[in-house]
Each structure stands twice: as structure tokens, then as C-alpha cells.
Design a protein around this ligand. Sequence first.
Ligand code: PLP
Length: 356
Amino acid sequence: MSKFTFIPADKHKAKQTDTSKLGFGKLFTDYMLTARYTQGEGWHDMRIEPYGPFAMDPASMVFHYGQEMFEGLKAYRAADGRTLLFRPLDNFKRMNQSGERMAMAQLDPELMLEGLVELIRREEAWIPIGEGTSLYIRPTMIATDAALGVHASKTYLFFIILSPVGAYYANGFNPIKIYVEDEYVRAVRGGTGFTKCGGNYAASILAGNVAESKGYTQVLWLDGVERKYVEEVGAMNMFFVIDGELVTPPLRGSILPGITRDSVIKLAEHMGYRVTQRLISIQEVYDAHAAGKLDEAFGTGTAAVISPVGELNWDGNIITINDMKNGPIAVALYERLTGIQYGRLDDPFGWVYEVK
Ligand SMILES: *Cc1c(COP(=O)(O)O)cnc(C)c1O
């Protein structure tokens, strides 16, 4: 007996079969998973039900005080037809880390993974076929107490929605241009930088708009105190290859502990590269470039997997990295990681979870 009550839909949506038209996060499947939490009672009313709007009280706490957090992972269609997830339990565990900081309800990661697997099984036909495509999975939790006054909600709604997605960047696996933000900051230690709470992203939109108006795809954040050390990009952790060594900022509470970041560290070491987690100032990046030692820079995240960085603009000083071409280490890591995710290459770390 499933712990999730299934409520059938009366009609199903037409699927987009042209994967070049999928885009990212614009289409959603027929079903969603929902679960309710009440303090003292725990999780209840767990369902797989038709995708659709929620009726919500305007006083719901999420609308006023932003008690909200989310996750992002993907289901991949292997060439042999298997449906694969990548380290899915880690996403639910990270959701609990976010939830602890946001004073929200804790999930049972195994139970929610069980629910996700049931949902995916029902929606398998929505997983697009083709390299770079996947079914993006968005678990979310919101505070639903209908009461004004800043305190922790006693009730929550957890849901998972699914979106068939094409390749993340419309222009393919090519270096992106990044604007180094030296006015606005994203997070400070002691704040919510390590969580995937909606507020972090709301606070980043203005800087993103400014960067975009200058022709840059993303913002590179510097530390919130001195605006000196590199933190991360919008939804990606950063790596620099300096003199053959991979350098990435350490997890000190202000950046997101990316699952792709962790996978890249482990894979790169496995492939024989030296990886160091340490503070790296933006000045050091520019100095390495001036000395001819900045071989590559790239971002890592579930959406794009690996994204080479070809240009940085820091306060009007523009540098081009690796002649605006994909670097060999970024390409090798991308091939290896996507090879594991799509079931093409063997998985020495046991990261792949097959949906049966
Ligand atoms: C989600 C996210 C990342 C990447 O995390 P992954 O687990 O690799 O997808 C990095 N930075 C921020 C701010 C994020 O929201």
C-alpha cells in the first residue's frame, strides 16, 4: 500500500516532443506530490494528485515572512531506457539543513524519496530523450499558518513539481560571461546563504538585472563583509584552475553546498587532479590571469552541470579566460559527470539511483 494517495487526473496535457522547444522550467507534468505538516501530528495527507493551483489564505505566512525553501534535481533517461536520479537523497537531506535554519518542519528524506519515485514512475513518459535534456524536479516547502506576526509556522505544505527541460543554456555548452558584483551582496556568514530559501534569490534579482543590462549572463558574488573573496554564482558554485590545480571556495555558511560541487571535487580527485578548498580573492584570480596561470574557470550546478566561464568583468576590468573557449578540464569533468548521470559511464561512487 502506498503512503501516497493517488488522485487521477481527468485529462492529460499534450507533451512537447520537439526538445529544442522545451526551454527550462516552463512546462509542467500532469501530476504533483503534496504533503501537509501539522505540529504535533507530523506529515499527513500525502498525495500524488493532478498538477494545479493551490487555494491559499492571503494571511499565509509564506506570503509575508518568506518562510520557504526549495530543492532542484533531475531525472535522466538513459540510452537503454532506464530512468536515473543523481544522489537524490542528498537533496532531501540538504532540504532538512535549509529547513533547520529556516525553523521549518523536518522531512523524512527516505519517505519523500519514496514519494518522488512513485511520482516519477507515473510521469516517466514526460522524461525527454536526448543529451542535455531531463525532467527537472522541484521539491518545495512553504509555511501555511494563516496569521500575521513573525514566528515559526506550525503548518507547512510540501510539494514536488516536475518540468521537462532542454539544455540549460540556449547556446549550448559554451563559455559564459560573468559580472563580478562589487556593490550588492548575496549572503553573509550566520545568514541563510547555505540554504535554498527563496529570499536569497529575491535579494539577487536586482544585481542580475544590472549584469544582464551590461551583457552578462550571471553575477559572481563576493563575500558580504569585505567584497574581496569569491563566493559563488547565481545557482552555481565556482572553480578556478590555477597552474593546473582546481581551487574552489570553502563552505563557511555563506555559499550553497552544491551536490555538483561535491561530485566535481570527488571526480576531479579521482581523475588525478589536485583540488583545494580555500578562500580565493578576486584579486588573486586577476593576478593569476595576469601571470598567465589562470587556465580555466567554471561553475557547477544541477541545472547546467558545468558551465565554463570565458569572461569576467570586475569593476570595468575585463579579462578573457582560455580565449573564451571551453577548457579541457571543464570538458573532461562535464563528459564524465553527464556520462554517469545518463548511465553511459560506470559509477564508481554509487551516485546513480535507478527508478524501477
Ligand atoms: C542550487 C544552487 C547551487 C548548486 O547546487 P547543486 O546541488 O549542485 O545543484 C549553487 N549555488 C546556489 C546559490 C544554488 O542555489
